[in-house]
Design a binder for this molecule. Structure first.
Ligand code: 6PG
Length: 470
């Protein structure tokens, strides 16, 4: 084997890694894989076809030596300590100017730490979020890279070739310095949590109040997927609702335990939003509901202690209309909160994010891809300076007509004891964000009363304190 000939290296030949490297080879680049596991190496070589210029090895040195300079090495390994261990394993064999790209869901602060550590060794480090699951990795993911702008030019041709395309544009772009890429991917996942929570609530209320069967729900979601709700998550929801149980009678979805797991990216999004002082209640509640779902035993006991009235019924056509509008509203509000967080994070961490670019690279390939992102791209392109999507007149004209339906559907949930926290949180957030006067004047008065924390006045400038007790 000749040295320094392969265009691209990939460490971690699990499903994601294997699919990604095959995608790279499909596009005509030569690629070399590495994994400590013999079986993973041989299964990649088996899967590669004759047209692919692919090789792989379990030996780090063989792998590194095979790559063209500057080396472009992508890691698709579990986030956390494994990433550090892989970097340490590569370091002795690397040359100045080589590029390491972390394609996992790493925590953005870890990416910052790794970037400055590797900079001290003259190695470029990229945190590049990759979205789209295993199929996306194989046939076109959305890629969110951040790091050194110069070094990005080296990986750009490969990333642009392997990424998903929307209207001929690749769903990848240089996003900004340091951990910008991982940060954007983290918020992508937070939005993903919010959209999934909303979809599950709409499914729940249609089933319990509307009496919809799975085939009816399948048809409805499928129809919605042809309209303004068109998105990957609505599309797969329609498919899921149509899937028969191969282990028994009926539909598989009805046999799935109602406890949702998580790997942490949604929680990080919420935690960091709090640090930034940006409200993201649609994401926060989606995390909380996954946590709440875990308490199945307690929920069953509580269910017996607090019997609820049997759900009422509601005209199906009406409910359907409300549900579609409510889901659209909830989706917009979730994206709006995510983008708000991104714009604040961009200032705080110096990411220099360009919102239309972020919206553009989410239009295909990723889990939150949706027709709506085309409108979001337009809104941010036209209104460069807005920090919040709700301030765009185009969105105001889309949101205003949905409000009666959103309020009616939320009330149906409340009256029937069906939790719609994603939707009601989005509505409460909306009502708060659009309120000219909130009752927080009273909170300021209370703070000043018990703690002399001072307050400002509407009618004159300055800081005031009052002796409230006579
Ligand atoms: C993607 C996904 C992916 C994520 C899964 C699971 O963009 O392809 O966001 O990165 O790992 O969706 O996430 P949870 O286990 O936290 O639900």
């Amino acid at each position: 084997m000749e040295h320094n000939t392969y265009d691209f290296g990939l460490v971690g030949l699990g499903v994601m890694g294997r699919n990604f490297i095959l995608n790279v080879a499909d596009k005509g680049f030569s690629a070399f894989g590495h994994d400590m596991d013999d079986e993973k190496v041989s299964s990649l070589l088996k899967e590669a076809d004759k047209a692919h210029n692919i090789n792989a090895s379990t030996q780090v040195k063989t792998f590194v030596d095979a790559l063209h300079l500057p080396r472009k090495i992508m890691l698709l390994v579990p986030a956390g300590k494994v990433v550090d261990a892989v970097i340490e394993g590569l370091l002795p064999y690397l040359d100045v100017g080589d590029i390491i790209i972390d394609g996992g869901n790493s925590f953005f602060r870890d990416t910052d730490r790794r970037e400055s550590y590797l900079k001290s060794k003259d190695i470029h480090f990229f945190g590049a979020g990759v979205s789209g699951g295993s199929k996306g990795a194989r046939f076109g993911p959305s890629i969110m890279p951040g790091g050194s702008k110069e070094a990005y030019q080296e990986v750009k041709p490969i990333f642009e070739a392997v990424a998903a395309h929307f209207n001929g544009e690749a769903c990848v772009a240089y996003l900004g310095p340091k951990s910008a890429g991982n940060y954007v991917k983290m918020v992508h996942n937070g939005i993903e949590y919010g959209l999934m929570q909303l979809t599950s609530e709409i499914y729940d209320i249609l089933k319990k109040v509307g009496g919809y069967t799975n085939p009816e729900l399948h048809k409805l979601f499928d129809t919605w997927n042809q309209g303004r709700l068109q998105s990957f998550l609505i599309e797969i929801t329609a498919d899921i609702l149509n899937k028969k149980d191969d282990q028994g009678d009926g539909y598989l979805v009805d046999q799935i335990l109602d406890k949702a797991k998580q790997k942490g990216t949604g929680k990080w999004t919420s935690q960091n939003a709090m640090d930034l002082g940006i409200p993201t209640p649609s994401i926060d509640i989606a995390v909380s509901m996954r946590e709440l779902s875990a308490f199945k035993e307690e929920r069953l006991r509580a269910n017996a202690l607090y019997p609820r009235n049997k759900s009422g019924s509601q005209d199906k056509k009406m409910l359907e209309e409300w549900a579609e509008a409510a889901l659209y509203f909830g989706f917009v509000l979730t994206y709006a909160q995510g983008f708000h967080q991104l714009s604040e994070a961009s200032k705080e961490y110096g990411y220099e994010l360009d919102m239309p670019t972020v919206a553009k690279i989410w239009r295909a390939g990723c889990i939150i891809r949706a027709a709506l992102l085309e409108d979001i791209t337009d809104a941010f392109e036209k209104d460069k300076d807005i920090s919040h999507l709700l301030l765009n007149a185009g969105f105001a004209s889309k949101i205003n007509p949905t409000l009666p339906a959103v309020r009616n559907l939320t009330a149906q949930g409340i009256n029937n004891g069906i939790p719609l926290p994603g939707l009601s949180n989005a509505l409460t957030y909306f009502d708060g964000f659009t309120a000219d006067r909130l009752p927080l004047n009273l909170i300021q008065a209370q703070r000043d009363y018990f703690g002399s924390h001072t307050y400002e006045r509407l009618d004159r400038p300055g800081i005031f304190h009052t002796e409230w007790e006579d």
